[in-house]
Design a protein around this ligand. Sequence first.
Ligand code: HEC
Length: 171
Amino acid sequence: MTRIWPYLLIAGCALAADTKPPAQAARGQAFFLDETNAKHCGTCHSLAKQGNAVGPDISKLARLGPRAILMAIRATRTEYVQNVKLKNGTEFPGMPVAQDANTTQYYDVSVTPPALRKLDRSEIASVGDNSVWKHPPESAGYTPQQLADVIAFIKWASYGDTKGVKVEDVE
Ligand code: HEC
């Protein structure tokens, strides 16, 4: 016993330091994954191996300043999502996923959660700029504290940043 206890304590601490976010990032993580909100970030983004990788990998812009990240969250012009028109006359905003010789896959982001659609290339009439779908406009209703917390989580999950984000930096 006396030999096992110290070992367990050390192992426990190392694990906690590696995997547990600081308090603010933990709040941001809970918000990111909050299933009571049908359009929580994790519906469409994956971080720290949780959530769904529908939208782009947001860890790539995690090192930007909090305000720049906030602008990306609030952006109304889309960079990736395209307007996909089908020959049957329907259209949908699609986030490109993959393609092979005959098919193209998109996430249809007009529905929640986004639906994966695998289309035969012959079904597609045209693919153009999207001007209809907006990045979840609900983010306009989030409080500065929620936004600071979620950005702290993005930074912690992406590159281990533990400094946190001040509310003043996103107001
Ligand atoms: C319904 C799906 C959906 C939800 C919910 C969602 N996003 Fe997104 N997000 C996307 C898509 C799709 C894009 C790509 C938009 C485009 O075409 O530019 C995107 C883009 C982004 C970008 C910019 C990425 C880049 O490389 O330019 C950031 C940052 C981001 N989302 C963060 C968030 C955060 C934080 C939340 C939660 C508050 C959230 N998103 C909720 C689908 C979603």
